[in-house]
Structures are given as C-alpha cells and as structure tokens.
Design a protein around this ligand. Structure first.
Ligand code: CO8
Length: 381
C-alpha cells in the first residue's frame, strides 16, 4: 500500500471539461449492433448451423440501462460506429505538422481548466497527460500540448487505465510539494471509441470519449476565488487479469493481428464488480479515517463512473442510509464510462454549489486493479 502524507497548502484551483459534440443513445447503438448481428448470422448461417461459428446475439437498450445505468455516450465521430458495414469510428490520420486528435481534445479541456484557475501559460511549469490509451508513444502528447500552449517547462505522458487521472493528480501534488513545479497542468484526454469492439454486445455500450484537465498549485500562487485544498492522497494497485487490453506494438513481431481476439478492451464485468466494490469502499473509509474525518462528514463523493449499481453499493457502505445521488453524483448516465475522466467530470459538474469548508473525495477504481483518491476541502483563497 502506498500512502503519502503530504504537506498542506496544495490546491486544485480549476478543472475543465470538454465534451465531444456527437452523442449516441443506447437505442441507436443497439440498432447498429443488431443490424450487424443479423447480417453476420445470415452470411454465416451454414457455419452457425454446423456449430463451427457462434451466432451473434442481439443487444438490448433495457439491459444496458439496468445493468450499467448508461443511457448515452459522447464520441468524437458517431457515423462509422453506427454503420453496420464499419462498426468503428472513422478518425482520419493527421499529418505530423497538425495537432494530433488526442492533443486537440486535451488542449480544449486544458484551456478551460486554466481559465477557471485564472492561470496563464507562464504560470505553469509542468504538463502531465494521463489516459487509458495514448495515441502514440513519442513525442509525448503532453509535450505537444505544452508546445501548443507555449509553456516553458516539462511534460510527460503516463497510463494507469481508469486511475490515470487520480494517479497523475498525485504526481502533480508530488511535483508542487517538492518544489519541482509551481503549478502543474494535468490533462486526461480519454479517446476510448477507437478501442471499443462495437460488434460485441458485452462491451459495445460501455465507453465514451471526453477530455478533462486540472490545475494543481500552491495556495499562495492561486488566483482563483475559491479552490479545493488537498488534505491527502492515497493510491493502491493489485494485479488482476479481469480487465485487460493486449493491444501492443509487439504484435507485428509476434505475427498476430494487432486488432485480433483479446487485443481490444475486454473484461469479466461480474468479477470486477464483486472484487472492486469492497476494495474501493475499504480504501476510501480508511483514507478519510486516517485524516481524522468520519466518512459521514464528507459532503460529496466524486466516484469513478463505470457502473451505477457499483457506485450505489459503495456509497451505501460509506454513508449508510444517508447515501443519496446528491452526495455521490452520477454522470455515467450521460457520459458512459470515460475511463479515468469520470470522477473528474463528476467533480467539475458537481462541486461549485458546495460552500467553503465542505469536504469531498475524488476516487477512481478500475483496471490494474488500481484505486486512487484525493481528499479535498473547499477554501476561500
Ligand atoms: N444486451 C443484452 N444482453 C446482454 C448484453 C447486452 N448488451 N450484454 C451482456 N448481456 C447478457 C450476457 O451475455 C449474459 O447472458 P447469459 O446470462 O446468457 O450469459 C447476461 O446478459 C448477464 O451478463 P453479465 O453477467 O455480464 O451482466 P452484468 O449484470 O454483470 O452487467 C456489466 C455487465 C455492466 C459490464 C457489469 O458487470 C459491470 O459494469 N461491471 C463492472 C465493470 C467495471 O467497473 N469495469 C471497469 C471497466 S473500465 C476500466 O477499468 C478502464 C479500462 C480502460 C479503458 C478505458 C477507455 C476509456
């Protein structure tokens, strides 16, 4: 277990949320998959009859909403995803001298976060881009965004699947508390749609695209009217194969299809649900207790957004009968699972209404397994 006792006086001074313009409802997604499945089953009727190929089952909008709480997701481009002849987005390749798509998404969220924090590029010393997938290995997407913003400092990319945001925020806290940066811009451009198998009913509904960003800095340098002081951070990882993506640059050398079986997102959702809920609840309970705070004294839990039933279970463990959607807000109905960005979206949309002195916790849980959390208190600056 990694537990970091940090000095006080470090704040989140602003966050930004950029939502792609195109949305897909469960009904639209299911219609595309069912048309694809019918066509596949017609074309493979003889092999299916002979037991050589498995028939593709239909998906159902009712199942999706009941099992996950997801009603909608935003994507960069919906047309290809809903085309039964394609079943994947169409995102044309860009030239080296154009901003790459993930940098473009991240830049939009970064500008919103800097505006909210009242920060200029010259106030920032470091940029961290952290997401479940990165569009390329190098040059780092963070350095591309750093260049586009004109920030004089350093940048790097990192990946911790669903905990990419909370773990990156913790690295930003480390940098600010050690003095290696005055302010750090943490950017999470979750470009999920290219890695979703839209022909697979078990997972076609889970993910959406989005970008979020946050500014971490010392309280003394903060120009925002209010900010969230970080009271403590906590991170934990435990190896599990229950959520896995084997997509790799080594596929070429292994003579296998880089997009073949097992290479896109896959999971044993039931096992994840059963194993992660108690881990996350215990992690959060112990974190706030170590800080001398009763879980019931936390005004808001900005939980990871993968499954509404999971969040209700965790909220109930933490708050008992006082668990309400106001205290553990849900954004996955609208955004679906946006990898590491979900809890930051919840924080962005559901924190301004709280008065100074309120306490809250941002928490992620998912692949790895990984759990990351930050306990916060709203302050007047
Ligand atoms: N329509 C109709 N039926 C369906 C569908 C569908 N779309 N999908 C599955 N079914 C069927 C199944 O085949 C199964 O049928 P049968 O009983 O005949 O086998 C039946 O419905 C029940 O299926 P499940 O047991 O799978 O259903 P669950 O109730 O468990 O619900 C969930 C499935 C919603 C996936 C649920 O298990 C869940 O949400 N679990 C938690 C998962 C979780 O939190 N995962 C984290 C994943 S993401 C993550 O950590 C980040 C990875 C990085 C990627 C990020 C990119 C941005």
């Amino acid at each position: 277990m990694s537990e970091y006792k940090m000095p006080r006086g470090i704040v989140i001074s602003g966050t930004g949320l950029w939502t792609p313009p195109e949305a897909i409802s469960n009904e639209e997604l299911v219609a595309a998959l069912n048309t694809y499945a019918d066509k596949f089953n017609r074309e493979h009727a003889a092999a299916i009859e002979a037991g050589e190929v498995e028939a593709k089952p239909h998906s159902s909008a009712e199942f999706i909403e009941k099992a996950s709480g997801i009603k909608n997701r935003y994507v960069i481009s919906k047309e290809g995803i809903l085309d039964p002849e394609r079943m994947r987005p169409y995102l044309p390749e860009r030239a080296d001298d154009e901003l790459c798509l993930q940098a473009e998404m991240g830049l939009k969220a970064a500008r919103l976060a800097m505006e909210k924090a009242n920060k200029r590029p010259e106030d920032i010393d470091a940029v961290i881009v952290s997401a479940s997938y990165l569009q390329r290995s190098y040059p780092a997407i963070a350095i591309e965004i750093q260049g586009a913003l004109g920030i004089d400092g350093f940048g790097f990319d990192m990946e911790v699947a669903c905990s990419s945001a909370t773990f990156a925020l913790q690295r930003a806290v480390d940098a600010v508390s050690s003095g290696s940066a005055r302010a750090v811009l943490v950017i999470n451009p979750e470009l999920a749609s290219p890695q979703v198998d839209y022909t697979d009913r078990d997972s076609h509904f889970i993910f959406g695209d989005v970008a979020v960003a946050s500014v971490i800095e010392r309280r003394e340098g903060c120009n925002a009217e209010t900010a969230w002081e970080i009271l403590g951070t906590k991170a934990k990882t435990v190896f599990s194969n229950n959520i896995r993506s084997n997509f790799s640059y080594t596929s070429r050398a292994a003579d296998v299809d880089p997009f073949g079986p097992g290479k896109l997102f896959r999971q044993n959702g039931r096992k994840v649900f059963k194993e992660v809920c108690p881990m996350a609840a215990a992690h959060l309970e112990s974190q706030v207790e170590e800080l001398g705070i009763e879980p019931k004294a936390i005004s808001r839990w900005w939980l990871h957004q993968a499954n509404i039933n999971m969040n209700q279970l965790i909220a109930k463990k933490l708050m008992g009968d006082e668990a309400t959607p106001e205290r553990a807000p849900i954004v996955l109905d609208r955004y679906a699972n946006t990898g590491c960005a979900g809890s930051v979206i919840a924080f962005n949309l559901h924190s301004d209404d709280l008065p100074v002195g309120s306490k809250g916790v941002i928490c992620s849980f998912g692949a790895g397994y990984s759990i990351g959390s930050l306990a916060l208190e709203k302050i007047a600056v």
